[in-house]
Structure formats: C-alpha cells, structure tokens
Design a protein around this ligand. Sequence first.
Ligand code: HEC
Ligand code: HEC
Length: 315
Amino acid sequence: MRLLNKLLIIIFVSLPVLVLADSFKTSEAYPEGQLGKMIRLGEEVMSKTDTHDMTKDLVGNRLQCKSCHLPGKDGKPGTFPSLGTFIGTAAAFPAYSSREKTVQTLQDRINNCFMRSMNGKRPIIDTEVSIAMAAYITWLSEGTPIKMDAKRPVNPKYSEFWVKNAKKFAKLQKKATHLNYLNGQKLYIQKCSVCHGKEGAGLSHFPPLWGEKNGHWLSYNTGAGMSKLHKAPVWIQKNMPLGQGGTLNDRQVADIALYINAQPRANFDLQNRLQDRNEMGYYNSKIQSEKHSVRSNFQDFGLNVDEIRGDKLIP
Ligand code: HEC
Ligand code: HEC
C-alpha cells in the first residue's frame, strides 16, 4: 500500500512537468515586434491558404499548405516530424532545382507549391505574404546549421530520402497493370475513404484528393510532386492514413497512389499559368514551357492510363 502511494505521488508530481517540458519544445516564443507579426501571418496563411484574404485569389483548389506539410502536436503547419516538415527547411536554401534548372530562394520554392500543389498562381516575390511565409519557415528552422543543397530544393533531412524512395517506386510503377489499379481502389476504399470520401472530394475538414465541384478543381494539379506516380507513394507511406504513417507496404502504397493519380485533376500548362506577368512577377526558371496531364503523367512511366483504368474516361 505504501509503495502504491509513493508511485501515485511520483506520477502526479511528474505529470505536469512532462506536459510542460513538451509544450516548451513545441511552442517557442515568437520574436518581438514586426518580425514576430510576420511569422504569425505566415503561419496563419499556411493553415488557411484557400480562404485567407491574402491568398484565396491565388489558390485554385480546396487545400491549405498544412494539407501536405502536416501540423504537429502544436497545431502549426509543417511541424509534424516527418516527410513534409518545415523544421530545418530554410537551411537548404538557396538551393538548385533541376525542375527549373536554376538556383532558388525559399520564396521561389514556396511560390512553386502555389502554382502546382495549390493549383494556383505564384504570389509576387517580396510582397508581404511571400515574405511572411518564408519568415515562418525560417523561424521553424532556427538552430539548424545552413547546408545549401546543390541538387534539390527540399528539407535537408529528407533530401536523400526522396531520391532513394522515388527511384524505388518508379521501378514498381513501370510494371503496373489494371490489377494494380483495382487493388489500389480496394485499399483506398478500406483505408482512406472514411476521411477523404469515396469520390475523393474530401469530407468536412479532411482535404480532397481529386475531382471537381461546380466547375472548380478540388485538389493538386498534374504538375505537382504529389501527382507523380513515383513521388506520391513516398509521401503517403510516411504520412497516411493520418496517425498511422508507416503501416502500408511498398506494393500497397504504390497501388493506392496509382489509383488516386488516375482520377481527374487539372492539367498543368506553364505558359498559361505565367500569362499575366504583372500579376505573377518574375519567374526564376530556365524552363519556360512545361505541360502535364493525367495521361502524360502515366506516359512518363510507359503506361497508358486507359489500360490501367480499364475505361476511356480520362480526356
Ligand atoms: C498537395 C500537397 C502539397 C501542398 C498542398 C503544398 N505542398 Fe509544398 N511540397 C509538397 C511536396 C510533395 C514537396 C516535396 C517534393 C517535391 O519537391 O516535389 C513540397 C515541397 C515544399 C517546399 C520545399 C522544402 C521541403 O519541405 O521539401 C516548400 C518550402 C513548400 N513545399 C512550401 C509549401 C507551401 C508554402 C505551401 C502552401 C502555399 C505548400 N508547400 C503546399 C507538397 C505540397
Ligand atoms: C483519419 C483520417 C484520414 C485517413 C484515414 C487518411 N487521411 Fe489523408 N489526410 C487526412 C488529413 C486530416 C490530411 C490533411 C492534414 C491537415 O490538414 O491537418 C490528409 C492529407 C492527405 C493528402 C495530402 C492532401 C491532399 O488532399 O491531397 C493525401 C495525398 C492523403 N491524405 C492521402 C491519403 C491516403 C492515400 C490515405 C489512405 C491510405 C489517407 N490519406 C487516409 C486525413 C486522413
């Protein structure tokens, strides 16, 4: 009995200390003055990107940055300690990007997620909202030693991880057939549709994965990393089903990504997206023409989307 009492006392005394220690780690104080305000603005925008006054006109879907850069326990976008985290990201910039064949700043990189993952337009570099988002990511990266990346503009912790795993999935996807599509569909219904909906349109605060509603696209376009058959499984395997990252094997996650990315989503035509230069600002890229569709994303792996789906519904 005395032993039990002692144990109980120890637990009650240490519990608040543990809880406090945790909150100290995750919610460091914002810097004072204007800088702190900008960081907070960046954080807010990344949590409400499609509805926030400063960004809603730049977004062409129903996603937020936090839809893929997941919030951690503190609820802040990009603090979940996994692939997609913003903690340490700023330390990789300026970084080379082979997609644009130029060295990019953090603002550039953020803006490219607007044009692709958010199916929208690039905010103009050095406008308040662009600086605010870069400030937020830089704040989350404080203390990470600068290590500019000469190969790709990604979080330093996951730079090699992306390449290694994308290569692995590319091999698997090249051999995909209609049977893999059917398996992906079955798994999607079992493991994903409770939150993302049977039609991929999302449910309440669970984000959409594909399709359109009232003439508006709901999710990322065909130029986004997530639309690529070898990249989506890397992210999904680490992060989904929500709270159960790491539970799906390579085959399962490759087939689910095949299924999701064989559904309708917006085409990407760089020329179109850059048409209004005044609105868009300077675009830092040596590649000035780039086009993607669901069909071409499958062709990139030697696959015919009609054969994979078993119909001719993709235009
Ligand atoms: C549909 C998912 C998705 C959404 C939404 C999204 N991103 Fe990303 N983002 C990615 C993926 C995937 C990568 C890395 C892989 C790549 O480069 O193709 C990435 C990379 C980045 C990077 C480079 C550093 C890193 O972590 O690898 C930054 C910075 C970034 N995104 C910012 C943003 C911001 C800001 C928003 C909101 C405006 C946003 N992203 C919205 C999927 C998304
Ligand atoms: C318990 C609910 C839940 C389940 C189950 C779930 N997800 Fe998610 N998923 C989320 C939430 C929530 C987010 C966005 C995170 C945020 O906004 O906080 C998300 C984000 C995503 C995204 C990026 C954003 C977008 O809409 O494109 C993809 C891709 C995704 N999930 C795929 C899957 C796949 C594939 C499965 C099944 C293997 C799955 N999810 C299962 C809740 C879920």
